[in-house]
Design a binder for this molecule. Structure first.
Ligand code: NI
Length: 387
């Protein structure tokens, strides 16, 4: 079955919503206007229950089916933008310098609103559909906060599904995989404390720059010599700060970065090696190292049965040739991971066509994808809550 006729009819209206949101990007939890727009639309559609303020600024709408039953499935979109200045020059480009929808969350929100409109009109299902609009996906863990606020229990959500656009994947195509699909995104900051002094008398100092650079070089051993070569790990140092003059060895050097992994055992191993390497090398050279290691978003891991359901729906809509059911996992992160840790479900990619990449100032969500995304959401809800 191809895209739904009604979804195609909704294309223009949903495109308007998408561009409305795109023009008005908001960051992290400060998505008040976007959340208000979402809540207003849900009200207009006749959604039965609309709850705002879950996970600070998240919104959940509950749509009751014709049939009996208390089972609910959750369909989730994200609402926040990024701290970038848009360069697309499009008529609907961001009106706020330093903020833009560079990850397509405007499109995700608009597509889920389109699905909500459809589902509220037709209600061809038993039980309930919870449409979930979360803040702070781009850092901040808004999804985690919604789960902690008791969203799953409150709405009786038994399964939960997420969707993200993917530049480079043709419009009308989907990609998914069972198991880990996106990485855990841990973050670290290390301060190496030595003893500064005259650059011409290094023997009287404990040079934190030389020590920190040795630590950084040795951290690459985690990937090359510690973790099983058939498993995945990324250790990237992305910041380094030290010193202020040509002739002074400073007291301290600080570096920071991220560790990406696709399973919990490797995650534990990487953190434990990280700490040993940093402390060990610092101690060898009589320096001290202060380590702040923050466990950020967990691995986004698709559950097996729900991935089969999601793949089947995508195949119904797009045809088998347009669904990659075994895409390689990505080392980027997603805070939908927290919802998948709370309930079984699956996260799928939808083609955004030949556009600039995510988090790029030239990126724009592709409105051509809208009817495909709405069709996927609607069919998934109807199928999972069918007889
Ligand atoms: Ni995103």
């Amino acid at each position: 079955m191809p895209i739904l006729n009604r979804a195609a009819e909704l294309q223009n209206e949903v495109t308007e919503w998408r561009r409305h949101i795109h023009e008005r990007p908001e960051l992290l939890f400060a998505v008040e206007n976007t959340a208000a727009f979402v809540a207003e639309k849900l009200k207009e559609f006749g959604v039965d229950e609309i709850v705002t303020g879950i996970g600070r600024t998240g919104v959940v709408g509950l749509i009751k089916g014709r049939g009996e039953g208390s089972r609910a499935i959750g369909l989730r979109a994200d609402m926040d933008a990024l701290p970038l200045t848009e360069i697309t020059g499009k008529p609907w480009a961001s009106t706020t310098p330093g903020k833009m929808h560079a990850c397509g969350h405007d499109g995700h929100t608009a597509m889920l609103l389109g699905a909500a409109k459809y589902l509220a009109e037709t209600r061809n299902f038993n039980g309930n559909v919870a449409v979930i609009f979360q803040p702070a996906e781009e850092g901040g863990g808004g999804g985690n906060l919604m789960v902690k606020d008791g969203m799953m229990e409150r709405f009786g959500i038994e399964e939960v599904y997420g969707m993200h656009n993917m530049p480079g994947l043709p419009v009308g195509q989907f990609a998914i995989r069972k198991g880990p699909i996106m990485a855990a995104t841990d973050e670290f900051t290390v301060t190496v404390k030595g003893r500064g002094g005259h650059a011409a008398q290094p023997n009287r100092t404990i040079d934190p720059i030389v020590i920190a650079t040795q630590i950084i070089t040795n951290l690459q051993m985690i990937a090359s010599r510690n973790v099983d070569p058939l498993r995945s790990v990324v250790v990237s140092v992305t910041k380094f700060n030290a010193g202020f003059a040509h002739n002074v060895i400073p007291n301290e050097a600080t570096f920071a970065g991220t560790v990406r992994t696709l399973d919990e055992a490797v995650r534990d191993q990487a953190e434990s090696r990280f700490r040993q390497i940093v402390s060990g090398i610092a101690a060898t050279h009589d320096a001290e190292a202060e380590i702040a290691f923050h466990r950020n978003y967990p691995v986004t891991s698709n559950h097996e049965a729900e991935t089969v359901h999601a793949t089947q729906i995508a195949t119904d809509i797009a045809g088998a040739a347009n669904v990659n059911a075994d895409i390689d996992p990505m080392m980027g992160g997603e805070d939908f991971s927290y919802m998948l840790n709370a309930r079984p479900g699956a996260f799928i990619f939808i083609g955004n066509g030949d556009t600039a990449g995510l988090h790029n100032p030239a990126y724009d969500f592709n409105d051509e994808a809208i009817s495909h995304g709405i069709s996927y959401w609607v069919r998934l809800a109807e199928q999972r809550l069918g007889e």
